[in-house]
Structures are given as C-alpha cells and as structure tokens.
Ligand binder design. Structure first.
Ligand SMILES: [Zn+2]
Length: 132
C-alpha cells in the first residue's frame, strides 16, 4: 500500500485483511506471519509488539494459534481485527507523512523493514524485477 500511495493511489477497497486472516495470516509492519505454524506454539507475545488493536491487547500468538488450529472462529475474527487495524494504521501514517512532507522517509523505512513473502519474491523473480 505504501508503494501504491507513492504512485498516487489514494483509495483502496479490498477484502485482503479479512481474507488472509481466514487462512491464519497476520500482517505486521515487518511482513506477513502464518500464525498456524509450530513456531508460535509457545509465543506469549501479541501478534505485533506495539500494536494497540483489540486482538494484540488481549491475546497471545500462542493462544491465537491454538484457536486457528481448532477452527475456533474467534481466532479468525481476531486476526481480521488486527489486519484491518494494520491497514488503517498504515494509511493513517501515510496520510500524516504526506501532509508533513516526510512521506519519502516513511516509505523508505517502511519498505526497508517489511520482509516480502516467498510468494512475492517468486513473483518478482518471474517478472524479472529486482528486489526492493
Ligand atoms: Zn494488533
């Protein structure tokens, strides 16, 4: 989204935050996480440190992983809450940086810390584009 804002897009309408939540994926400022994986079995932290969404304030990655793996709907809903919150936060910050004239710096920092998924990297390689 930050890259699209840099290219002039100023309106987004997408089901992605909730669609990927149904697959157990959470977006963070450092990239996407698949919370169903065993790596989160004993991870007592929030989905994303510093996130002030309802889900991150109340649930751990380990508990959400459990909910997702037993198909408890609360897990999907909490990931949807978090993902929607992240998207809104990115857009709010983008807007604020545009108004302050600091969007370029925000964009560089955001892109530098965001790790693309293997699928994105494969698509870039197939298209012949260089990694960001
Ligand atoms: Zn959150």
């Amino acid at each position: 989204m930050v890259e699209l804002v840099a290219r002039g897009v100023d309106m987004f309408d997408c089901v992605l935050p909730t669609r990927v939540a149904r697959n157990g994926t959470a977006y963070t400022y450092r990239g996407a996480l698949s919370l169903k994986g065993g790596a989160f079995k004993r991870d007592w932290g929030p989905i994303e440190e510093g996130c002030d969404c309802f889900a991150c304030q109340r649930f751990t990655r380990a508990y959400l992983r459990h909910l997702l793996n037993v198909n408890e709907i609360l897990g999907l809903r909490m990931l949807s809450v978090h993902n929607s919150h992240v998207f809104l936060r990115v857009m709010t910050e983008s807007r604020a940086h545009l108004q302050a004239g600091t969007f370029g710096e925000f964009r560089r920092e955001f892109v530098a810390q965001y790790l693309p998924t293997r699928r994105v990297l494969a698509a870039r390689a197939a298209a012949g584009s260089a990694p960001a």
